[in-house]
Ligand binder design. Structure first.
Ligand code: NAD
Length: 483
């Protein structure tokens, strides 16, 4: 497979190169080998991308929603047709197993393009009658949007930001994570092939400085970031200086509560999905697993048995279901947390080591007897490390579950119907699960509360974050003035 892209950037409908930028090496996490190289955007590239996006959006916004939507839906179909090729690339970009990428990444990007493509024609204002006079509202595009991505879901993030932005008539300049620069270029290529006018969806590469240059530019009307809380603070502050619209999809340390009456097999499945899918590199993961003390040992035993069946290996092999973490740097960060967990007295129940093979492989790792104040229970690790904490009382566990700066997601496993809804209502989190974990259908709003973010992606809610209302007052009679 050809992993080296034609050029680093995609601007105004075509690939663009500028080798004066800092080289960014793309390393395959499964081997540690370099598989491509791109160049960080120079100021000239940033300029080119923003100029293209600025020039293109008014004509795009002026098209009917039906026409815009048709292009997005065509792109969705093309992504589905090329799912295999895109999934292989996603696996090279991230190291995530093909078994996952074929099921989740490009397909969820296609879902977003299809959903928002379908919605584009339905976006309208309203009519407000005021006696003989009336007000009508126009739902208008914001203008130029900037999307900045994290490295865990490069295709999905490129689509989740692009689809609603474009459906609402905006243009987008997307900067992927410097760790995974390859997939968004393919999304841009496909959109243009589907008929998207030039300059509406642009991709430029770079590190934080390129992101910062985009966020502070006067031509930009909206910034949507997927990243960590510290980056979110910086980007939010920079956007605030220009009074720009923002969506912040940030990190988490989400709780999952397993009550004594839960179906243990399902709870273990939820805990596996919420801690080890994508080698634990999922923002909404339920990494603080509170298990009722009556079922704790049964839960840990079943969890360990099931973890032993994980197929760890070449991520391109369809049988592999657990791959490496994205980079050496991330692996070292996670190993640091595992060391801290042990040093602070948590009981290592499973895993804990780097695997003796090339690439950045870690064992799925489980700590039990974790206490609320331990580092591994407070900080986002973003790797395959689960912390199991004991509890006995619902009110007490709710207090502990919510005692965090984060508020991205939360889950509860119980067979008590009223308790399930009471607990979901009590969670201080944007996205909650009852007897499930980490489902993210495009039809449902996704996002965080507290420090985990502002705004929502997906669903009808995203429209509010990519468009604005203009009120037009219409007087039918004479205008009365005091003098
Ligand atoms: P990160 O915060 O290090 O980087 C995110 C992006 O921001 C990158 O593209 C980076 O280049 C850019 N960036 C860095 N500094 C910047 C600055 N000053 N101005 C503008 N852009 C800047 O995050 P990461 O390590 O790539 O990803 C992991 C984090 O992302 C985790 O915290 C995870 O929880 C979070 N995440 C959140 C969601 C969500 O939807 N809530 C989804 C995926 C990942």
């Amino acid at each position: 497979m050809q992993t080296q892209p034609k050029a680093s950037h995609f601007i105004n409908g075509e690939y663009v190169e500028d080798t004066a930028g800092t080289p960014i090496e793309v390393i395959y996490a499964a081997t540690g080998e370099k598989i491509a190289q791109v160049y960080s955007a120079t100021p000239a590239i940033v300029e080119q991308a923003l100029d293209a996006a600025r020039a293109a959006w008014p004509a795009w916004a002026a098209m009917s929603g039906t026409e815009r939507g048709r292009i997005l839906r065509r792109a969705a179909d093309m992504i589905r047709d090329r799912n295999h090729e895109l999934s292989v690339l996603e696996t090279y970009d991230t190291g995530k197993p093909y078994q996952e990428t074929i099921a989740v990444d490009a397909t969820s990007g296609a879902d977003a393009l299809e959903y928002f493509g379908g919605m584009a024609a339905t976006l309208t204002g309203e009519h407000i009658q005021l006696g003989d006079d009336w007000v009508y509202t126009r739902r208008e595009a914001l203008g130029v949007c900037v999307g900045i991505g994290a490295w865990n879901y490069p295709t999905q993030i490129a689509c989740w930001k692009g689809a609603p932005a474009l459906a609402c008539g905006n243009s987008l300049v997307f900067k992927p994570s410097e760790t995974t620069p390859l997939c968004a270029l393919k999304v841009a290529e496909i959109l243009v092939e589907a008929g998207l006018p030039k300059g509406i969806y642009n991709v430029i590469q770079g590190l934080g400085d390129v992101g910062a240059a985009l966020v502070t530019d006067d031509r930009v009307d909206k910034v949507s970031l997927t990243g960590s809380v510290p980056t979110g603070r910086k980007v939010y502050a920079a956007a605030a200086a220009g009074i720009k619209h923002v969506t912040m999809e940030l990190g988490g340390k989400s709780p999952m509560i397993v009550f004594e009456d839960a179906d243990i097999e399902n709870a273990v499945s939820g805990a596996i999905l919420g801690n080890f899918y994508s080698s634990g590199q999922v923002c909404s993961n339920g990494t603080r697993v509170f298990v009722h003390k009556d079922i704790k040992e049964a839960f840990l035993k079943r969890l360990s048995e099931r973890l032993a069946t994980a197929v760890i290996g070449d991520p391109q092999d369809p049988d592999t279901n657990f791959g490496p973490v994205v980079s050496e740097r991330q692996m070292d960060i996670v190993l640091g947390y595992i060391e801290k967990g042990q040093a602070e007295g948590a009981r290592l129940v499973y895993g804990g080591k780097r695997l003796d093979r090339d690439g950045f492989y870690l064992e799925p790792t489980v700590f039990a007897d974790v206490k609320d104040d331990m580092t591994i229970a407070r900080e986002e690790i973003f790797g395959p490390v689960m912390a199991v904490l004991d509890f006995e009382d619902e009110a007490d566990v709710m207090k502990r579950a919510n005692d965090t700066e984060f508020g991205l997601a939360a889950g509860v496993f119980t067979n008590d119907l009223t308790r399930a809804h009471r607990v979901a209502a009590g969670f201080e989190a944007g996205t909650c699960f009852i007897n499930s974990y980490n489902d993210a259908p495009v039809e449902a709003p996704f996002g965080g509360s507290k420090n985990s973010g502002v705004g929502r992606e997906n669903s009808k809610a995203a429209i509010e974050h990519y468009s604005q209302l203009k009120s037009v007052y219409v007087r039918m009679g004479d205008v009365e003035a005091p003098f």
